[in-house]
Design a protein around this ligand. Structure first.
Ligand code: C2O
Ligand code: CU
Length: 580
């Protein structure tokens, strides 16, 4: 069982435990003896099974298990001791065991709530608050059922509650307050290339109606089109892109996803520039010195802005195109898939490069049918010794890019995205859904990692949790128990070799994305990457995954470091890397 499925199973069993005990308590209060005993058996059994899932999780990686072992397990144990012991010799009047059964139910619920709402890292405050809640609820039930107040239980509940409040102030606190991210203008000027621009573009953001598969969609668009114009350059060019905002009230910026620009050109509002408001403009300039497939998108209210259409392709080619070179930026606009399918015959023997780009917030599955192919590059970096693949799919994370290469065969080929043909050279019928997916960590020719020692190490535990710091409480996506803007920045010095350990404790995929740098994948779930070196800017950290990646801090500034499921980023899963 993978850690991800263990986590899901554990959650399901925790729900069953709480429901079983609570139901048993209610049934016994209603004197439904059989039902009460049956539900109690469910609660008891589920509790025992949960002991197994918690143990398995603890053994698979302590990260996920701390609060379960320290808080949930003792609560469950108490439930079994209190309620289980009464069940060995159930009294004739089953109502007599209602309170112990309810106690077990509250304990199970508290154990569940701690897992779902509090999470990582476990704290004494959370544990005490949970215990206080259980005792308080038990005391109330006792009064209701027996009409006879139990002073002891009430007093203990109050005492624990007070203790919880005293220590529990740390319950929802971030591990260290986050200083405001400074505007670092020191680099801003140096970053502007003095050289004359050789490629000039203007992108005007505005609301627009665009037609997708015959339907009119209200979109936000660059130059009235979705995706925006394709920006291309050849290595050695200097790009100058003027961004104008016609009427996007919440502002726009341009972020060059995967392209490691100087910090002042990175397009992150309130970090590297102010958002460009209606009527304003901002000029970006940088050198085209990194050949590869990239994309650009707004970073202001990024979740909505990108989803509505403020994105486009950026391709830097090493030399003028020979052969066929096609970009396939996949997107979902108002529920409709882009791009529109396109068919064009290609002469046999002509080299073809397909640049696959995922501009959505979730993973897409791409399958090329009709020819062997190689994955030539990922995230703008060429792979080392890629071997031919046949009938193999590739999973591209949100924000990620894969370049596929092959000589055109005499027969047609077709590229399918999630089963839909988007590009073909002729009619192909293929069922690609059953194909295995490529594991890039074992693909291509390995080479020893350039570093074995790290100057700085950071751990990022990706999770969900209750965030009570704003005006309204929210169920945030968190990093190390805190949500943006309360996640402490990661401070590095120029030249440091930095290692990130990224752990996904939640039940959903988090496509991780660091701005301004490419990270080298070291290992996933304890297994070292053995294929071609992978220099990535976007990678899927699945539930239960533990990734180790490293990079050299060689691009000074303040950089966003966030989940590229942009809804998650907006809901807290975003922090900053900054140079001291
Ligand atoms: Cu494409 Cu900050 O992201
Ligand atoms: Cu996420």
């Amino acid at each position: 069982m993978t850690v991800g499925s263990l986590l899901a199973a554990d959650l399901a069993i925790a729900v069953l435990t709480a429901a079983g005990w609570l139901g048993a308590g209610a049934a016994s209060a209603a004197r439904r003896r059989r039902l009460a005993l049956a539900l109690a058996a469910v609660g008891l059994l589920a509790t025992v099974v949960r002991a197994a899932t918690i143990t398995a999780l603890a053994r698979a990686g302590w990260w996920f298990a701390a609060e379960k072992v320290l808080i949930a397990a003792p609560l469950s144990f108490a439930a079994v001791v209190v309620a289980g012991s009464r069940l060995l010799r159930p009294p004739r009047d089953v109502r007599a065991v209602a309170v112990p059964l309810l106690f077990a139910g509250y304990a199970g619920s508290a154990a569940l709530l701690v897992t779902v709402l509090h999470g990582y890292p476990a704290s004494a405050g959370a544990g005490l608050l949970a215990v206080a809640g259980v005792l308080a609820a038990t005391a109330v039930s006792w009064r209701v059922l027996n009409a006879r107040p139990s002073r002891t239980v009430s007093r203990v509940a109050v005492a624990v509650a007070v203790a919880a409040l005293v220590t529990g102030t740390g319950l929802f606190a971030a591990p260290g307050a986050a200083p405001a991210v400074p505007h670092d203008h020191e680099y801003a000027e140096a970053a502007r290339t003095a050289a004359e621009p050789t490629r000039r573009f203007t992108l005007t953001a505005g609301t627009a109606t665009v037609s997708v598969s015959g339907r009119n969609v209200a979109a936000w668009a660059f130059n009235g089109q979705v995706p925006g114009p394709e920006l291309t350059a050849t290595v050695g060019d200097v790009l100058e892109v003027t961004l104008r905002n016609r009427d996007i009230a919440r502002g726009v910026t341009l972020h060059w996803h995967g392209y490691d620009v100087p910090n002042s050109q990175d397009g992150v509002p309130d970090v590297t520039q102010a958002a460009v408001l209606p009527g304003q403009e901002f000029v970006y300039r940088f050198r085209a010195d990194q050949a590869g497939t990239y994309w650009y998108h707004t970073h202001a209210v990024s979740d909505i802005g990108v989803r509505r259409g403020l994105y486009g392709v950026l391709v830097v080619r090493p030399a003028p195109v020979t052969g066929v070179d096609v970009t396939v930026p996949v997107h979902t606009l108002d529920g409709l898939p882009l791009p529109a399918p396109r068919t064009e015959p290609v002469q046999a023997g002509v080299p073809v490069r397909l640049r696959l780009i995922n501009t959505d917030s979730t993973t897409h599955r791409y399958a090329l049918a009709g020819t062997p192919f190689r994955v030539a590059a990922i995230d703008g970096y060429d792979l080392r010794g890629p071997t031919p693949l046949v009938d193999t799919a590739v999973l591209i994370p949100a924000g990620g890019r894969y370049d596929l290469e092959f000589p055109a065969p005499a027969t047609p080929v077709a590229l399918f995205v999630d089963g839909r043909a988007v590009y073909s050279t002729g009619p192909v019928s293929a069922e690609t859904r059953g194909w295995p997916a490529l594991d890039p960590l074992t693909y291509g020719a390995g080479s020893p990692a350039p570093w074995s020692r790290f100057d700085k190490e950071f751990t990022l535990v990706l999770d969900r949790g209750l965030d009570l710091r704003g005006l309204l409480p929210r169920y945030a996506h968190t990093v190390n128990g805190a949500a943006d803007p309360d996640i402490p920045p990661q401070v590095v010095r120029r030249g440091d070799v930095v290692r990130f350990t990224i752990v996904n404790r939640s039940l959903v995929v988090h496509p991780w994305h660091l701005h301004g740098h490419h990270v080298l994948v070291l290992s996933r779930n304890g297994k070292p990457a053995s294929g071609s070196p992978l220099w990535w800017d976007s990678f899927d950290v699945r539930p239960g995954d533990v990734w180790e990646v490293a990079f050299r801090a060689d691009n000074p500034g303040v950089w966003a470091n966030h989940c590229h499921n942009l809804a998650h980023a907006e809901a807290g899963m975003r922090l900053h890397l900054m140079y001291s």
